[in-house]
Ligand binder design. Structure first.
Ligand SMILES: NC(=O)c1ccc[n+]([C@@H]2O[C@H](COP(=O)([O-])OP(=O)(O)OC[C@H]3O[C@@H](n4cnc5c(N)ncnc54)[C@H](O)[C@@H]3O)[C@@H](O)[C@H]2O)c1
Length: 313
């Protein structure tokens, strides 16, 4: 039997699917979902749930003690586009929630932590193509600054206090069960919904904006593989580069048009274009492949097929 797991921010785009998968693997009662709000019906009915504010240390500690939690997956955060509108709220949430969980591990109240970073840790001065694991990181968004600081603190808590914290830099994630929560890559989910509803989509990024992306099944598999790997294999304690596929809005539209005849895309770039322009186009994830066996399964054509099939129901 697996030790009890707590997911904080379980009702979001990633948390929802992570909760389902961990419950499948370890049993519903062993996986406590929590969030500041209630989630979708399927999630709420799938096992134990606690209303929990990730910025409240003693509330998290109470839940950890009550359920004898051993591992925490911290998914609560304010994402890139929303964070540009509320910089201080984003900083408070993204940093305080991380300190709360790292400090629980430092005090040996939990033994393992997963905390996601993002391709937003990179900035306009980072090499754009095949961005290396270790490179220039000068993020120009509030979100990216919080993720880069978070990475440094994870590494520090591991070196200084022996905290077993593990992390990946997720690219933009594409999923059908839950809508995305205010990121710069949200177009890559919205487009499928609009394609099925209206046969057209107005994209908030320009046609040739190439970004690293990943289908959610790959992201969940990567997360659980990383957490299951023996500690000595995990050499990177800031965060691992993780790659799935790269494409532009134009390429995505072409892949949808193969299934929906006459699908049309228009481009109306907004403030998110500047954020996207500061991020890599593709990622070198050799360290994750070498150290814990990472390998993606979904390319753009397979993602489009899976998205359209599942959204049609
Ligand atoms: N989705 C992506 O494409 C992507 C890419 C890179 C990194 N990430 C990272 O992965 C993590 C999860 O992202 P997501 O896409 O699922 O985000 P999301 O916005 O869909 O979900 C975040 C969840 O956190 C909850 N939350 C907000 N404030 C909270 C608080 N104070 N206490 C408890 N819960 C709170 C929200 O209610 C929401 O359910 C974040 O750290 C994000 O930065 C996501």
């Amino acid at each position: 039997m697996h030790n009890p797991i707590l997911i904080i921010g379980a009702c979001g785009q990633i948390g929802t699917e992570l909760t389902f998968e961990l419950r499948n693997k370890y049993g519903a009662e062993n996986v406590i979902a929590s969030d500041i709000r209630e989630g979708g019906e399927a999630l709420m009915q799938s096992g134990p749930f606690e209303l929990l504010d990730a910025t409240n240390y003693s509330a998290i500690e109470d839940v950890v003690m009550h359920y004898e939690i051993d591992e925490v997956y911290l998914m609560a955060a304010m994402l890139s586009a929303t964070a540009e509108k509320f910089p201080m709220r984003a900083w408070n949430l993204n940093m305080n929630s991380l300190f709360n969980v790292l400090n629980l591990a430092k005090d040996k109240k939990i033994s393992k932590v997963f905390w996601p970073s993002s391709i937003a840790v990179f900035g306009p001065n980072t090499p754009k193509n095949n961005t290396p694991q270790n490179t220039i990181m000068e993020p120009s968004t509030v979100y990216g600054i919080s993720k880069q600081s978070g990475e440094r603190w994870c590494e520090y808590y591991h070196k200084k206090y022996g905290v077993d914290v593990r992390s990946v830099r997720y690219p933009g994630l594409i999923s059908w069960k839950t809508m995305p929560g205010g990121g710069t890559t949200d177009y890559a989910v919205e487009i499928y919904h609009e394609a099925l509803k209206k046969g057209s989509y107005e994209c908030f990024l320009d046609s040739d904006t190439e970004l690293p992306m990943m289908y959610m099944d790959d992201a969940i598999r990567a997360t659980i593989n990383l957490m299951d790997s023996p500690s000595e294999k995990i050499k990177v304690r800031s965060s691992y580069n993780l790659a799935g596929m790269n494409f532009t809005p134009k390429q995505m539209a072409e892949s949808i048009a193969k299934h929906i005849a006459g699908f049309e895309i228009r481009y109306a770039p907004d403030f998110r274009q500047e954020i996207a322009d500061s991020w890599p186009s593709s990622i070198d994830d050799a360290a994750a492949r070498r150290e814990w066996g990472w390998e993606p399964r979904f390319d753009l054509a397979q993602t489009t097929e899976a998205m359209l099939k599942n959204l049609k129901g």
